[in-house]
Design a protein around this ligand. Sequence first.
Ligand code: NAD
Length: 524
Amino acid sequence: MTLSTAGPTRPRSVTDAFLAGLVARVPGSAGTTWNLTEVYTGDTLVELPQSAPADVERAFATARAAQRKWAATPLKRRLAVFKRAHRIFVGNARAVADLIQVESGKNRRMAIEETCDPAMVMSHYLKRAARLLRPVRRGGPVPLLTSSTEIRQPKGVVGIIAPWNFPFATGISDAIPALMAGNAVVLKPDNKTALSPLYGVRMLEEAGLPEGLFQVVCGEGPDVGPTLIDHADYVMFTGSTATGKVIGERAGRNLVGCCLELGGKNPMIVLDDADPAEAAQGAVFGAFGNTGQICMHIERIYLPESRYDEFKKAFVAKAEALDVRAAYDFGPEMGSLVSVDHMRRVKSHVDDAVAKGATVLCGGKPRPDLGPAFFEPTILEGVTKDMLCGVTETFGPVVALHRYRTVDEAVALANDTDYGLNASVWSRDLDAAHAVAARIESGNVNINDSLATAFAAKGTPSGGVKSSGVGARHGDQGLLKYTDVQNLAVLKKPVMGPRPGQDYGKYVESMLSGLKLMRRFRIR
Ligand code: NAD
């Protein structure tokens, strides 16, 4: 069905021939397709092939063959591919943003920012990978006569399952350290947003990534997911907590490792000395950036009684002034939700809250006049834990304001959730903000920012705690997780155990005094 509404003219780069070329690499032996649509209009963009389990198996076989050669390629040559890729990705940022926008409906400012993510990840690991992957001599149990070396081996073929909210970033950025470490990748993007990751793979191949090494399979999660997990040597999943539990369970049964980057219900605490205008501006991006579809975005704001009205006034004024519309230029400050289904889900959270007594301070409604999946930036107060949006992730442009009397109460309210992905603390006093941050149960805490500083800091691992995930991306562990450690131990002389004919008691005595000496001279 086509829900066509008059929308902006589609970007010139997004031609039928270009899209057909992109999806041609997706295997679909059963001949079934998925109608991939332009979010702003509901018009068909392309029929996306759907991969049958046999297609997924073949993708793994091809990737596995390519991986053996890739792992044997010197690291310097592997990294040279990403040096070239960095230039190609930056050079094509506008074309990538076109694809991200048509398939996700986000505004152009967010789309162009998303295009930067793989380039930033490449830059970071181009600096770190050689150091992280080189063998490290650790020393053996007996000094001089033994050695042990930590050697990093690629896992093999990494299965990546990505969501629709940052399809290019989650599809490509998480693959980069895996590939640098010598792995192959089989990626399953979300059907709605397969175009930008497909273009990312094409650009990597243009940079010299061997063909076959990076496979893309498409389909609904429950159709493609099980075969993908069953053939993967490691699973990198980004998506909802509910799906993450299914993925983690299956990976666990197969005894393969996985990294699960899941949902959040992220709090922002404004301390009483914070600048209300700055905090309100930060909250606008935190709550409405990417139309509220950022895993780290803010859904709960805790304000001191004394500053509540001041902040509320500034925040509501800013939200009401936002330029929300469909356009392929840099004008709009907020775009569409990803789909009509998702818009209905967001609406159901707001309707449920209102029915149970919450007040809408601004927004609260779909905007079919702007496009099929538009929803207004919405600020609520009076949200309680018996409401859907009081406990579960809404994942839309909906945020609730709450009052607190003491900082202890604010911290307790912020932590009163199953999630632990991101939090934001605002204060002019950095020591006070640090003290609050230290008490928040969250994998990321941003001081005087809502989310971007932590996510853009590629040198520090970023992941969730509690129900927000297992493991992390970025930082050293963002690459090392795609490797197995081989402990290569060498015994140069048979000195372990008693010498032939030695009395065992004497041997034990010398062994124990050896232990004391090693401790005294700090020998491992
Ligand atoms: P989702 O869990 O519905 O889907 C994510 C991916 O998993 C999609 O590709 C989907 O097709 C696939 N999938 C679904 N069921 C599956 C199954 N049974 N087996 C295998 N694969 C399956 O999530 P979504 O709605 O696409 O994305 C939004 C969610 O992602 C939000 O909860 C958001 O917070 C989260 N997210 C988290 C991060 C992070 O880094 N923590 C980043 C982005 C998004």
